[in-house]
Design a binder for this molecule. Structure first.
Ligand code: GLU
Length: 579
């Protein structure tokens, strides 16, 4: 959640910081701010969007600065609570991502010692602690301060009179970008890509001293060598490229994404722990959880390996991990709950496999094995291509464990998605736009597909959408059906077909408008449904992909018709780095 960015070099820092914050907007935030050093510490901070930044911020002088997009955890979103935060003398500025858990007692002590606090944030204690120990060396001051902090942090600090930034990381991501005569720091690589492809991923406990030409990273106050990684993502990957929204662009990238994801793992790179597993647990949150559910529906019949599925946030309440291997699925690789679950598995001697999109993210450094899904950066908060990539990787795992029996099927994914993106879904959107409530129903593997479809609708259109296993509707939710509550259903030939048709008739009898994803010339379905969206006949796995994409399209175009802020839905953050 939130983002931080820093710059030390030869250019004006303010425009670079502002541009960097724009690139980080997708992570979710409620306020933002920057501080530069031009003799004095100059600060500009506000609630609202970076795009509303006033010209006065652009003209802040100085070739050194820090910036922040805040996702409030302590203190309401307000101009005062926005970062950076300063010490009493306004000589030290701090931006922080994370939570200082012991801030309350630290703050009490600092107030007793005469410090004046301006904000309600936990972060401000850092600035005052630094002030107490500062003696013309910011690095030493940070090293002396960190042992007092409990909690999670990625921190950037600057101080009057010193041409350097100090960065520190503990359980919150932080990356350095190494340019020529300039160095960047940020929560992820998106603000850095347009300046340099050389990056260093800081680890928990690292403290970096960053100057224009040189940097040193310390661990336990001793310098350490850090590997410089060459990034292959291009700057274009984080631009909209002519699409109205990042989400739309990312949906249209899905034909390539499925192709790369399926090839992300092959027999020789499939972790041994998976090959040998008798039982598997998948831990994930949000969309990734739905991908895990689909995995269970596919793996159990194909290989007879029982899959246990856990929400990352609930996993800590289960007594012990039961399986031979835990798969942690997280797009960003920073999802705090999933990360905690993976660590719990490791503590209990369970092998762990991370499936993520982000090289060197925290989960990749914890898990024993990693499968990267190669979807490229996903900027829209609501995931589309990363979900498809997760399905690609997970389907390939099932395929490999089943001896490659579905390789041929998987090779059709790219073309199938390419074609489905051309479907006309206008009539379905017309029905959804005027609804306050929607039900999504499916059976078997199409139940989690519907859960993902409903989540997409909720996230970006703000329409209340609930997914049910179709058989469950009669056990309560039926009471809510009316001519004002459209139902979206997947009704495809297969084992659940007849019973689904029956369910739809029962709904129709209550006057409920029905949008069905089905086969184009299905006469019976055409008679029942108000709108039939054609799904080409194909192997079930391919239909999982095509139905997923159709539901993304319905959510996207409904949200667009309602004028929603599709890429940055209210209250949401891209990577949920707090529990
Ligand atoms: N805990 C800090 C605050 O509420 C930082 C939140 C964030 O990571 O944006 O200001």
């Amino acid at each position: 959640m939130c983002g931080i960015v820093g710059y030390v070099g030869f250019r004006n820092a303010a425009p670079i910081l502002i541009q960097g914050l724009r690139r980080l907007e997708y992570r979710g935030y409620d306020s933002f701010g920057i501080a530069t050093l031009a003799g004095n510490v100059c600060v500009h901070k506000k609630t609202g969007k970076v795009s509303h930044i006033s010209d006065s911020a652009e003209i802040l002088q100085g070739t050194l600065g820090i910036g922040h997009t805040r996702w409030a955890t302590h203190g309401i979103p307000s101009d005062i609570n926005a970062h950076p935060h300063l010490d009493c003398n306004e000589k030290i500025a701090v931006v922080h991502n994370g939570i200082i858990e012991n801030y309350a007692s630290l703050k009490r002590d600092l107030i007793e010692r005469g410090h004046i606090f301006r904000s309600d944030t936990d972060t401000e204690v850092i600035a005052h602690l630094l002030e107490e120990v500062y003696d013309d060396d910011l690095l030493v001051a940070v090293q002396k301060t960190l042992p007092f902090l409990a909690g999670s942090y990625a921190i950037l600090v600057l101080s009057e009179g010193e041409n350097r930034l100090i960065a520190a990381r503990n359980q919150s991501p932080l990356v350095l970008g190494i340019g020529d005569g300039e160095i960047f720091a940020a929560s992820d690589i998106t603000p850095i890509l347009e300046y340099t492809s050389r990056v260093i991923y800081l680890d928990d406990g690292d403290v970096a001293d960053i100057r224009p030409e040189i940097y040193t990273v310390y661990m336990e106050n001793k310098p350490v060598q850090k590997e410089i990684n060459e990034i292959t993502w291009t700057p274009d990957a984080v631009m909209k490229g002519g699409f109205a929204h990042y989400m739309l662009k990312e949906m249209f990238e899905q034909p390539d994404v499925i192709h790369h994801a399926v090839h992300a793992v092959i027999d020789s790179t499939l972790p041994r722990s998976l090959k040998e597993a008798k039982t598997i647990t998948v831990v994930a949150c949000g969309s990734s959880y739905h991908a895990g559910m689909i995995f269970r529906y596919l793996l159990e019949p194909a290989c007879g390996i029982p899959v246990r599925l856990e929400l990352g946030s609930e996993y800590k309440y289960t007594p012990v991990p039961f399986s031979d291997v835990i798969i942690g699925v997280s797009q960003s690789g920073e999802t705090a709950d999933t990360l905690a679950a993976v660590k719990k598995g490791i503590c209990n001697n369970v092998r762990t496999v991370a499936i993520t999109n982000v090289l060197n993210s925290s989960i990749t450094r914890s898990a024993h094995d990693t499968i990267l899904m190669h979807a490229g950066p996903e900027i829209s908060v609501a995931s589309s291509k990363s979900f498809i990539a997760q399905l690609g990787v997970l389907m390939q795992i099932v395929n490999l464990l089943a001896g490659g029996t579905c390789s041929e099927v998987l090779s059709h994914g790219r073309y199938a998605i390419e074609q489905i993106l051309l479907t006309d879904i206008t009539k379905a959107v017309d029905l959804c736009v005027s609804a306050d409530h929607l039900f999504y129903v499916g059976r078997g593997v199409f139940y989690p597909v519907m859960m993902e479809g409903a989540l997409k609708m909720k996230e970006i259109s703000y329409i209340h959408a609930e997914a049910y296993a179709a058989g469950e509707l009669k056990h309560g939710p039926f009471a809510l059906l009316s001519p004002e509550t459209p139902v979206i259903a997947i009704c495809l030939p297969g084992t659940a077909y007849e019973v689904m048709l029956g369910n739809l008739k029962e709904m129709k009898a209550r006057g409920t408008p029905i949008i069905a994803l089905g086969i184009a010339d299905d006469i019976e379905l055409l008679e029942i449904a108000d709108v039939v969206i054609p799904v080409p006949p194909a192997h079930q796995w391919i239909q999982v992909l095509t139905c997923t994409v159709l539901l993304q399209m319905i959510a996207y175009h409904t949200a667009n018709a309602l004028g929603r802020e599709i890429d940055m839905p209210r209250n949401l953050a891209k990577s949920v780095t707090v529990e």
